[in-house]
Design a protein around this ligand. Sequence first.
Ligand code: BGC
Length: 470
Amino acid sequence: MDEELRNATEKIEDEFSLDRNFLVKAKNHFLTSMDAGLTNEDAARVYMPMLPSFVTSLPTGKELGLFLAADLGSNFRVCSIDLHGDHSFDSKQSKYPVPKRLMKNSTSDALFSFLASKLQEFLKTHHHEIQNSTALKMGFTFSFPVEQIAIDRGKLIRWTKGYSLPDCVGRDVVEFFQKHIDMLNLPISIVALTNDTVGTLLARSYTNNSETTNSRTVIGAIFGTGTNGAYFEKLSNIPKLAGVTLPGDAQGMVINMEWGLFDNSLDILPATKYDNFVDKVTPNRGYHLFEKRISGMFLGEILRAAIVDLHEKSLILKDMPKAKFLPATHLLNQRFLILTEQMARFEIDESENLEVIRTVCETEWHLTTTIGEREAIKILTRAISKRAAYLCAIPLSAIVTRVKDEYRQDDKDFEVGCVGSIIEFYPGFEEHLLDAFNKIGPLKGSNKKIILKLEADGSEVGAALCASNA
Ligand code: BGC
């Protein structure tokens, strides 16, 4: 790599590195934000809203019955879940990609009518036996910030992850969906609305038989296209629920934190010019800035921003015309072209000539690179993904700090039920996350540890558990 490119690349690498002091400070800031969110009633404000889920207990593992679950995120998934009442379940499921044309510049009616038609398809394929007279209870996982007012009602606060249908904001999404289900005369009743993080916490609490695993599930977390988490909080710690009527025996509530909004005013979070660049090209500009530094939807775009910058400075891809002289479809101009999945392959390209990076650049993006340029791309990839993994340790260590005293009488480890492509597939992500968690050290001095446990289908199983309780 020539010296100028090396210096510039290392400078960017430095901007992305986070030290222990920062991590500890951020964990403390996160704890303060949790309290602020649990007190403040304005769910639509720009900082961490700590949304009540109206789920007032965690599953015991004994829940029983057949329920439907529908999950809208970057895909639409429909499942039927048969809970066996012994920490196990069977499921049938289908996944339907949501057409891009329905995600933005369209209407909520068009989106929910599409979703209802997929439910119909699902029933035809998997559940011929269900007649009108035996309406199935369904849990709806809606993985966006929602101000919930009951277990089966909630208003969309804002879209994230590339969706933008303004006519839905402020409206009850269950009402929308049920209307389209009824228009097709489907024997389905939505009895619970939930977030994917809440679902994941419930699902893992159900499947984890803590008698045999010796771990206690305390967090549900998503590290995928978006990022967020949920945990169970005591009612006495949620001042904003003071006037709300809840079941008499309720001791606490699962909180959908929407941690993608943590430090949205950027008081302490790192803000490189690449982060600012990415924010500017998203429909929810100015929001979910923590998420935009972490989740799968954005990491590739941060990398593209850094490559474009080096190219503008004539340090990389020197023979290529500047971005402004290239067709709009060219890599350097095309938003969100670099996929996190491609970065995952760059991350572990150990071949002498960096063949994986060379092939992707050449065949997928029509870029001819030198070995030095590929080395630079690999360094940038690793810096961006490592920072993302380190940032993920902040919420986990803050929550563990907050709840650990409640469990000081037992010796069980703290478990995080996880879902998401980044945590599941990105090489080294979990190791970096745990490394940062240990640097912060919320469990220092105890013999407990944190365990990240993948819970495939967590949000669907959780939605079914919510429905079973409704
Ligand atoms: C949404 C959350 C969701 C997370 C993970 C975020 O963009 O705001 O509600 O839990 O993505 O899917």
